[in-house]
Write a protein that binds this ligand. Structure first.
Ligand SMILES: [Fe+2]
Ligand SMILES: [Fe+2]
Length: 243
């Protein structure tokens, strides 16, 4: 197992580990490190890969300087090593939406987490991240994404998940690979508001999409978000009983 690091936008580093045995062509687990006066990590990674990921982070920023530990929702790949990070970085604080803090993180985190309101911005000093609640999208009540405003990078977690160990950044279509992967894993929570919640993210006018599983995307991100929303709307309509 190897971990690679690529700067996918100014000061945003993708730390990627491909794990075999999940999909035939491999499956990546990506953490994003934002280098700023107050460095922030989005996704902690699994407990099992903490030694690899922490070594990669330390090559960019000393671990003890990490200020914010963040992730999309409460699952092992998103936050399994949360407490290992809190132990290694004494100044670090977990920040998550209010629901995640109330339901899980007040209990799970070794130190009290900070609860963020929908739309709240953390000024990292040189970078700014906006917290956006996306309940049940793609899954979990406490689901959320982060938008880094200076680079217009949407850290979109499990949205657009696709298999394979592709390049760090792609300009190719990511919607069709996401469709195939959804048909393989059925990882998303399909509700009447799934498409609407996804479509709203296009209002941010992101320039880049940072995916937890797969290549990051540089291209017409607004169009990709709209196409993904249309895909889920179609699946939801298809799932309705015949009138
Ligand atoms: Fe997930
Ligand atoms: Fe994930």
């Amino acid at each position: 197992m190897k971990t690679r690091t690529d700067e996918i936008a100014d000061g945003i580093f993708r730390i990627s580990t491909c794990i075999s045995g999940i999909a035939p062509d491999g499956f990546t687990f990506n953490q994003f490190l934002i280098k700023a006066d107050e460095p922030l990590l989005f996704h902690t990674g699994l407990r099992a890969i903490f030694p690899l990921v922490s070594e990669a982070v330390a090559r960019v920023v000393p671990i003890e300087r990490l200020r914010w530990i963040t992730f999309g929702h409460v699952e092992a790949d998103e936050c399994g090593s949360m407490n290992q990070w809190l132990d290694a970085a004494p100044r670090a604080e977990v920040a998550h939406g209010a629901i995640g803090v109330m339901v899980s993180l007040n209990d799970l985190a070794h130190r009290p987490p900070r609860a963020l309101q929908d739309g709240e911005v953390i000024d990292l000093g040189g970078k700014r991240v906006r917290h956006i609640d996306t309940p049940h999208v793609p899954h979990a009540w406490e689901a959320r994404v982060l938008f880094e405003e200076t680079t217009r990078t949407l850290l979109c977690g499990d949205l657009f998940t696709h298999t394979g160990d592709g390049p760090a950044i792609t300009t190719q279509d990511i919607v069709e690979p996401a469709k195939k992967t959804e048909e393989l894993f059925h990882g998303s929570c399909l509700t009447p508001t799934t498409g609407t919640t996804i479509r709203k993210l296009a209002d941010l006018s992101p320039k880049a999409l940072a995916l937890m599983h797969g290549s990051s995307f540089n291209g017409d991100a607004v169009r990709a978000i709209q196409d993904l929303a249309d895909l889920y709307d179609g699946w939801f309509r298809d799932a309705l009983p015949m009138q």
